[in-house]
Design a protein around this ligand. Structure first.
Ligand SMILES: NC(=O)c1ccc[n+]([C@@H]2O[C@H](COP(=O)([O-])OP(=O)(O)OC[C@H]3O[C@@H](n4cnc5c(N)ncnc54)[C@H](OP(=O)(O)O)[C@@H]3O)[C@@H](O)[C@H]2O)c1
Length: 267
């Protein structure tokens, strides 16, 4: 299996590392660059056999694939430090939010680049990730990126121009769902349930509903209709939601987040 370097051993880096090892990558084929010494020791302890080093340049030597998982502000400088040690055909996969393919290509000239937008459910191997190919990336590079990011969830291919919309939808999406979870728990309390009971019921309702959605090909409206009997309780609840414009609010939320992603990319 090819050698992989992971630049940045933070939250997302660790999630990817765990996913890759579970997916069968051998620990001694992976190198992680992490600047923080305490964090390096933590990663070494948790992921036995993986080489954890302080410098990006050390990590990328011999790597066929480099995953860039540092904060967006340092992507260029980290890649520039590593550039001299990169092989000419090393695939660079960047997960840095808002950092364009052109920026990564400028810091690692001539290398195939794939830009990815994962989301935090990567921490539990349930990420929704979109990937886009750079100028020098071909189908085999996209396939490699799908395999690497597929270790923490589902991967779809999009043109780079769609990544702002992906950021507004699935990148920010978990926060929308957590807000709904908070509101549902409060609603349970308002209706007289103990908070811990409401909390348990809401977590399981969201999980069960997501699993029902994922399990089949039924569109969400079919699943919704199946729990909405004529004149029943769910119909009354849905009426209140529609009256408050919840559907339009969701459309506005994703549109606002998409526009914000575009603005941040322009800055
Ligand atoms: N979290 C998300 O939902 C999400 C979603 C999509 C994309 N992303 C992207 O994923 C990337 C990582 O996010 P994260 O949440 O994992 O952030 P994070 O926890 O802050 O991880 C970044 C890690 O990189 C380390 N680092 C910084 N400079 C370095 C260098 N020169 N060499 C090696 N390591 C270096 C940082 O160390 P220090 O802490 O010491 O600086 C930190 O441990 C970001 O670019 C983010 O935009 C995140």
């Amino acid at each position: 299996m090819s050698a992989l370097a992971l630049l940045g051993g933070g939250k997302m880096g660790e999630a990817l590392l765990g996913g890759l090892l579970d997916a069968g990558y051998e620990p001694d084929t992976i190198a992680v660059a992490e600047v923080d010494g305490d964090r390096r020791r933590e990663l070494e302890e948790r992921f036995k056999g993986v080489r954890v080093v302080p410098s990006a340049a050390w990590a990328v030597a011999d790597a066929d694939v480099v995953v860039v998982a540092v904060k967006p502000q340092v992507v260029t400088s980290v890649l520039e430090q590593a550039a001299a040690s990169l092989a000419a055909d090393t695939l660079i996969i960047s997960i840095a939010a808002g950092v364009t393919i052109a920026t990564v290509e400028a810091a690692a000239p001539g290398r195939p680049v794939v830009r990815a937008m994962p989301n935090t459910p990567a921490l539990v191997r349930r990420a929704a990730t979109a990937i886009a190919a750079g100028r020098h990336a071909d189908a085999s590079h996209l396939e490699t990126a799908e395999r690497v990011l597929g270790a923490v969830g589902v991967v779809v291919q999009v043109p780079e121009a769609h990544l702002d919309a992906v950021t507004g939808l699935s990148g920010s999406g978990p926060a929308y769902v957590f807000l709904l979870a908070e509101a549902l728990i409060e609603a349970g309390v308002l209706a007289g349930l103990p908070r811990s009971t409401a909390d348990t019921l809401v977590r399981q309702t969201l999980l069960g509903s997501a699993e029902l959605l994922a399990a089949g090909d039924d569109p969400p409206e079919t699943l919704r209709a199946a729990v909405t009997s004529p004149g029943g309780t769910t119909a009354a609840g849905l009426h209140a939601l529609e009256q408050r414009g919840v559907r339009a609010a969701v459309l506005d939320a994703v549109r606002a987040a998409t526009e914000r992603s575009r603005e941040l990319g322009d800055e």
